[in-house]
Design a protein around this ligand. Structure first.
Ligand code: UDP
Ligand code: MG
Length: 302
């Protein structure tokens, strides 16, 4: 039977460790390793995992030296996975382990990667959902790699996919984009995203906004085209608004207000674009520095 590596990044999820482990044990075939990545938690998360790992050799842990963020923690886990099948999921029970047999079955049927898609539930935070809709709609419009905003971080894949994903050495990794970009034969399984079992989301609205903006800017091959169009458009508005106003306005002397508004609008657009370019340059500098994505403090049961 194939070995399964389950990778779960956790940041302050102490109350979720045991319940998630028992759920996984219930639904996962015997031959598995559960790799927790403790992403610099400052609650009892690590000691919960340590206690569990005393009795269960299949429970492993990579403890990071500080909080490196969900994506980097996930990459740490991917680097140490030894199974033929790899499953990534969140540690708050929003990704139900009951789905594991279905995911594995899809792999056996021939898929290289099985995505999961969360179906809308009433209880979800509407603001996050709306933000997702706006950002992904915007990003997809300009990008060749279309990303479904409902595809989650809960996925199963084989070693071919793992090896491909590990070849990416990006400073600000966007795994959902990468898994989408690499190709391979895929299948998608739908599920109802459960509510968080304990604790609260680790991302505020502000962080979600910043994250989404980063994704659009960094994971978008057509960004330069987009920037050029906007710059061209701003130039046209700036150049032609005075002559057009003079031709079409009934009151030719009252053009100040409109002109000021348009000039302000153009300035705002340009400031936004300057910000985007600054972000791109900053990322290029960081990629060039080639700093480690995470640092390991301790390893348990490896
Ligand atoms: N997480 C992490 N590092 C962080 C933030 C979150 O490892 O800096 C983990 C978190 O413990 C959870 C998963 O990433 O297992 C998803 O986070 P969360 O549930 O807060 O995100 P949401 O579901 O609200 O988007
Ligand atoms: Mg969650």
């Amino acid at each position: 039977m194939l070995k399964i590596s389950i990778i779960v990044p956790v940041y302050n999820e102490a109350e979720n460790i045991l319940p998630l482990f028992y759920e996984i044990k219930k639904y996962c075939p015997e031959n598995f390793e559960l790799i927790w990545i403790d992403d610099g938690s400052n609650d009892e998360t690590l000691s919960e995992i340590q206690q569990l790992s005393f009795h269960e050799e299949r429970v492993k842990c990579i403890s990071l030296s500080r909080n490196f963020g969900h994506q980097n923690a996930m990459i740490a886990g991917l680097n140490y996975a030894s199974g033929e099948i790899i499953i990534t999921m969140d540690g708050d029970l929003q990704h139900p382990p009951v789905l594991i047999p279905t995911l594995i079955e899809e792999l056996y049927k021939g898929a290289d990667i099985v995505f999961t898609k969360s179906v809308f539930t009433q209880k979800e935070i509407w603001s996050k959902r709306l933000l997702n809709k706006i950002f992904y709609g915007f990003a997809n419009f300009f990008s060749e790699t279309k990303i479904d905003e409902n595809i989650t971080e809960y996925r199963a894949f084989n070693q071919k996919v793992l090896d491909s994903v590990l070849q990416f050495k990006e400073n600000e990794t966007f795994l959902r984009g990468i898994f989408n970009w690499i190709g391979f034969k895929s299948a998608t399984v739908e599920f109802k995203c459960a509510e968080r079992k304990h604790g609260s989301t680790k991302y505020s609205l502000k962080e979600t906004l910043a994250n989404e903006l980063n994704k659009i800017i960094l994971f978008n091959p057509s960004l330069i085209k987009f920037i050029s169009i906007i710059i061209g458009f701003s130039l046209v508005i700036t150049l032609f608004n005075v002559p057009l106003w003079n031709i079409y306005s009934a009151n030719k002397n009252d053009s100040n207000y409109l002109q000021t508004t348009l000039i302000l609008l153009v300035s705002v657009v340009q400031l936004f674009l300057t910000g985007m370019i600054f972000k791109l340059v900053n990322t290029a500098i960081n990629d060039n520095r080639n700093r480690p994505l995470y640092l390991v403090k301790d390893m348990i049961n490896f």
